[in-house]
Design a protein. Structure first.
Length: 362
């Protein structure tokens, strides 16, 4: 029996629409690496991100049809810990970390709008409990404590909690974090700390490796302009060039993401104006709400606003509302007290209108 072919793909960075880690972008990379292999390995280093994008990634990994192993090489936080649960096996580098918490979101508006947003978050939280319970063998009730606050796990703690299946040797060897430090650490800060050490590990490995290791480094990083015969300084320069290009790409993606988000917010507000939910004078206010709380929260706010009724609807509604209390009014009283209601009656109840008219003038 031949050696099993393993495809590899990275999930490094935040998971958001219009970024290199959007569901569409990741799935494209994943499917390309899946071709003609027996199993997949996903290297994960992420602060988490959008629940909807992450759910699509989770479902794609779950249904890919071949074994998938996840290796946490730095940190896996928030939605990253849900995505990893789609794998057949989950491994952590000895010095990597997990962070589990409940789904989070924001809302601006009435109490009813906030209740709707809270209902959505509770639904997501329920799904999270099911996923963690299935992996750990615990009940959903036992999982509840995992979703209170930010809960950090070392590799050993994660293994004991049955969140992972095993521990492997570290890649970034310069990261150490005490339990007390973890309590005050943010996912983003720890992510960047690991990123720096992973870059340093690449550089140190390069300095101590043989010709064959140089070739592997050049191939894995896609370096150009250098060969296995190049000096260490030349390869270091190529790595720096590559990293600078990747940073520029990330910056461009972030800018594109922000521009796309701004357009989505503006389009949503314009649509609300067109559908008479808000007036044009409120556009700046609602665009500001979208920028502060995000597109999804803005849509939730706008979704709870009913379109303003037309003048005709108001007039007709008024006439109908008062019909029961004005059954004994004569023509003169209608003309004096509610002439618009009388006008609406000529269309809505012509028989009654005719009777009033004839009673007054015949």
């Amino acid at each position: 029996m031949g050696k099993r072919k393993i495809g590899k793909v990275k999930l490094y960075g935040e998971i958001y629409p219009y970024s290199e880690n959007s569901a569409a972008e990741f799935i494209t990379r994943f499917d390309a690496a899946c071709k003609d292999v027996d199993e997949m390995e996903v290297l994960v280093h992420t602060q988490g991100g959008d629940v909807m994008e992450g759910t699509l990634i989770y479902n794609h990994i779950k249904g890919c049809g071949i074994p998938v192993n996840v290796v946490i090489v730095g940190v896996s936080c928030s939605m990253g810990t849900i995505i990893m649960m789609a794998a057949s096996k989950v491994y952590m580098c000895e010095n990597s970390y997990l962070m589990v918490h409940a789904p989070q979101g924001g809302c601006f508006g009435t109490a009813a709008m906030m209740e709707k947003a809270a209902k959505g978050l509770r639904g997501m939280e329920k799904n999270f409990k099911k996923v963690y319970a299935a992996k750990t063998g615990k009940t959903e009730k036992e999982i509840e404590d995992l979703l209170v606050g930010d809960n950090w796990f070392t590799a050993q703690e994660a293994a004991e909690a049955k969140l992972i299946d095993g521990i492997v040797a570290p890649i970034a060897t310069d990261v150490t974090q005490s339990a007390e430090e973890l309590k005050t650490q943010t996912p983003t800060a720890l992510y960047h700390r690991f990123s720096a050490c992973l870059d340093k590990a690449d550089s140190n490995n390069h300095k101590n490796e043989s010709k064959m290791d140089k070739e592997g480094l050049i191939k894995d990083l896609g370096l150009t302009g250098v060969t296995a015969q190049s000096t260490e300084e030349e390869i270091e320069a190529a790595i720096k060039t590559k990293l600078a290009a990747e940073k520029q790409r990330a910056d461009d993606a972030e800018r594109t993401n922000k521009e796309a988000e701004a357009k989505r917010i503006t389009d949503a507000v314009n649509m609300a104006i067109d559908s008479k939910k808000i007036v044009a004078e409120q556009k700046e206010l609602y665009v500001g709400i979208g920028k502060k709380t995000g597109y999804d929260s803005l849509v939730a706010v706008l979704g709870g606003i009913k379109p303003a009724p037309s003048l005709v609807d108001v007039t007709r509604g008024g006439a109908q509302a008062h019909a029961g209390t004005r059954s004994d009014w004569k023509w003169e009283q209608w003309q004096k007290e509610d002439p618009r209601g009388l006008e609406a009656m000529s269309k809505d109840d012509p028989e009654k209108f005719k009777a009033l008219y004839e009673g007054a003038f015949k």
